[in-house]
Design a protein around this ligand. Structure first.
Ligand code: NAD
Ligand code: UDP
Length: 329
């Protein structure tokens, strides 16, 4: 069971977050600093941005620019290592296939090695992509997945599957206290406008009055989780005693066509919807079964998709406005 009281009180528990300057990592940095942790953010800014963490100004926060596929040296004690470094959007990992495979394999190896050395709890940011184009729906943690290892998406899916296997090997063989979170599609402020993921893409297109580009016929489904819910789930998992993988995501499933209409409603946009080619191996369905998170962590999402999207819309609108003022969009 969870033991929040004894874990938080901690007088200066120290956390290392790899990939901490990215979308999710920066929210985690901020959340854990606010909880009183000393936070070390390690990132090589491959797909992240220093502006995501520039506002965290406290002596409890340290940024280190480092590529975690190389040996990680960190002075002093570390209680938790949260390994989030990896390109994560389909266009990022299609453009950076080797870096994606390296950070999932070599990077995870270095981060686990550090956890073993420091006797730290290790938490791997895994993904619903380990289920590939799933043949079981919704996806439970005991489903082994349906991944094409040689397709273009395979670089990400297999890197994460290897990272899970390595994490379990360090747990079983070296006794490292590990956690694995399988994150389903998450959205919120600080997503890059051009990262290609459907949430920032449709919001940007709707705001600018451009066509909303649906890939395929739009009948494929996704289940979108607001970032604040995800971070709370990860925090609970980190403090739990759970070594097996846990899905964290919002079970509210919709087709991409329904999602496009929702975006038009929320933004009051007159954009047209157009249809483009479906990328290779694009999963047809995706929905987390969150029974394990409910029973082990007492977690379930609290933020509705409408509320989460409205917050994200306002953030992206503001970002576009600032960029336009600076002369680029
Ligand atoms: P992101 O691209 O915003 O963040 C990833 C961060 O990792 C970036 O700051 C990048 O610079 C850093 N990074 C990449 N390679 C590195 C390296 N070799 N050394 C140091 N830093 C490196 O992506 P995100 O959406 O914040 O995803 C974060 C993690 O969560 C990833 O591991 C991703 O696979 C996982 N995840 C995210 C989602 C989601 O919906 N956002 C879903 C499933 C899994
Ligand atoms: N998608 C789309 N139009 C876009 C971007 C994405 O129709 O401009 C689709 C994509 O093909 C996928 C879904 O939206 O079916 C979610 O894509 P995203 O890249 O956000 O995440 P993932 O495919 O990793 O779930």
């Amino acid at each position: 069971m969870l033991n929040f009281q004894s874990s938080i009180f901690n007088n200066f528990m120290r956390v290392l977050i790899t990939g901490g300057a990215g979308f999710l990592g920066s929210h985690l940095c901020e959340f854990l600093v606010n909880k009183g942790f000393d936070v070390v953010c390690m990132d090589n800014l491959l797909t992240g941005d220093i502006s995501n963490i520039a506002h965290i100004r406290t002596e409890k926060f340290l940024f280190i620019n480092h590529d975690v596929t190389n040996y990680i040296y960190l002075d002093g004690e570390v209680d938790y290592i949260l390994h989030f470094a990896s390109p994560a959007s389909p266009i990022d990992y299609l453009e950076l296939p080797i870096q994606t495979l390296k950070v999932g394999s070599l990077g995870t190896h270095k981060a686990l090695g550090l956890a073993k050395e420091k006797k730290a709890v290790f938490l791997l940011a895994s993904t619903s992509e380990v289920y590939g184009d799933p043949l079981i729906h919704p996806q439970r943690e005991d489903y082994w997945g349906n991944v094409n290892p040689i397709g273009p998406r395979g670089v990400y899916d297999e890197a994460k599957r290897f990272a899970e296997a390595l994490t379990m090997a360090y747990h079983r063989y070296h006794g490292v206290d590990t956690r694995i979170v399988r994150i389903f599609n998450t959205f919120g402020p600080r997503m890059r406008l051009h990262d290609g993921r459907v949430v920032p893409t449709f919001l940007r297109q709707a705001i600018l009055g451009e066509d909303l580009t649906i890939f395929g016929d739009g009948m494929q489904t996704r289940s979108f989780c607001y970032v604040a819910d995800l971070i709370e789930g990860i925090y609970r998992l980190m403090l739990s005693q759970t070594n097996e993988p846990v899905n964290i995501g919002n079970p509210g499933e919709m087709t991409i066509l329904e999602f496009a209409h929702l975006i038009k409603n929320i933004t009051s946009s007159k954009s047209e919807i157009v249809f483009k080619d479906l990328p290779v191996d694009d999963p047809k369905v995706r929905q987390p079964d969150i029974q394990r998170a409910r029973s082990l962590l007492g977690w379930e999402p609290q933020v509705s998709i409408e509320e989460g999207l409205t917050n994200t819309y306002l953030w992206i609108k503001d970002r576009i406005q600032r960029l336009m003022e600076k002369g680029k969009k």
